[in-house]
Design a protein around this ligand. Structure first.
Ligand SMILES: [Zn+2]
Length: 351
């Protein structure tokens, strides 16, 4: 089968022919139809994660995976209802199933987690073996190129917004800021409207094309932050929503300067949910965090329940997409475009 693998950090992916993998008795072999390209793929190639997990090559990249059931392991329960030809998405965090995080369903934060696309198996290959419990059957009418990004770009901000909602940070008299309108932010704006219970949604970015996407997806206001001070932006916010700070922030970028801006705009008892990690360090004043009783939420990817909810929204036609489809042979070219920040919306590889 075709597979795109990283053999050496810092180098291009090698597009090669490798054997179709075997499956364990509890696994299902998925014939990959589409796989999204993520900022994390660039970070992985560039060695960003080596401080945290030095994964040995060769690595098959690709973690936004959707496809068709090709073969079912011998102990996959009949009651699970999987059959060959089913359309499926792959839940991204494969836990050990035994720790307390797994027991409550948060397998993506299991200390022994495996992630497809960050080891021997990934979605930039024609086949991938997946433990049956990490597959979700989906409506066969949905398009593969739209399903793929919903397993990360369209899942991660969903969990982040749920955290803000569950913390009581959203509601009719609140303002939620969406920072970073890249692959994830376009979805974040939509979820802020869907789950925000009437909160006003304001998108922040430095790029007019990205702000236009935010407007198209239902942002009540957009603010171009390029070249503006925190005080300027606060004043602009006050003009458009009648308050100079934000009750909640979903940060899809995690860029240090933007995070400093975000914290400077965060209201008393505000909640900041970060799902992005373009940078690795932030320097922010501590006293306002304490005296204003602010809360920071790390939010990582999503669990099976989050993904099932996203699939339900997709099946009802409630999620809109901004997608650029490309072929397997154009993987390296698109990785380079993403590294240069030249992709608007999500780039998705389709076989
Ligand atoms: Zn676990």
């Amino acid at each position: 089968m075709k597979a795109a693998r990283l053999h050496q950090y810092g180098k291009s992916l090698v597009l090669e022919e490798i054997p179709i993998p075997d499956i364990q008795p509890d696994e299902i072999l998925v014939n990959v139809k589409a796989c999204g390209l993520c900022r994390s793929d660039v970070l992985l190639v560039d060695g960003f994660f080596r401080t945290y997990a030095d994964i040995p090559p060769p690595i098959t990249l690709g973690h936004e995976i959707t496809g068709v059931v090709a073969k079912i392991g011998s102990i996959v329960p009949k009651g699970s209802g999987f059959k060959e030809g089913d359309h499926v998405v792959v839940a991204p965090g494969w836990g050990d199933g035994t720790c307390r995080h797994c027991q409550v369903g948060d397998t993506q934060i299991c200390p022994n987690v495996r992630w497809p696309g960050f080891g021997p198996v990934g979605g930039f290959a024609e086949y991938i073996p997946v433990p049956a419990r990490y597959l979700i059957k989906v409506d066969a009418r949905l398009q593969f190129e739209q399903l793929a990004p919903l397993t990360d770009a369209g899942l991660t901000p969903y969990r982040g917004i749920k955290k803000l909602r569950d913390a009581g940070a959203l509601g009719p008299d609140r303002v939620v800021g969406v920072f970073g309108i890249g692959g994830l932010g376009g979805y974040a704006v939509q979820y802020a409207q869907l789950l925000g219970s009437g909160a006003k949604v304001v998108a922040f970015a430095r790029n007019a094309d990205k702000l236009a996407i935010a407007t198209q997806y239902g942002a009540d206001h957009v603010i171009d932050i390029k070249g503006k001070s925190s005080a300027d932006i606060s004043a602009e916010l006050n003009r458009v929503v009648g308050q100079k700070d934000l009750d909640a922030i979903i940060d899809c970028a995690g860029a240090p300067e933007m995070m400093q801006l975000g914290f400077s705009l965060l209201a008393i008892s505000g909640h900041y949910a970060d799902v992005g990690f373009i940078g690795d360090r932030i320097d922010i004043p501590l006293f306002p965090r304490v005296s204003r009783e602010q809360t920071f939420h790390g939010s990582f990817w999503g669990n099976n329940i989050d993904l099932s909810e996203v699939m339900a929204l997709a099946a009802e036609g409630k999620i809109r997409h901004s997608i650029k489809v490309f072929g397997f042979d154009q993987l390296n070219e698109n990785l380079n475009l993403l590294r240069a920040n030249e992709i608007v919306g999500r780039a998705v590889m389709k076989f």
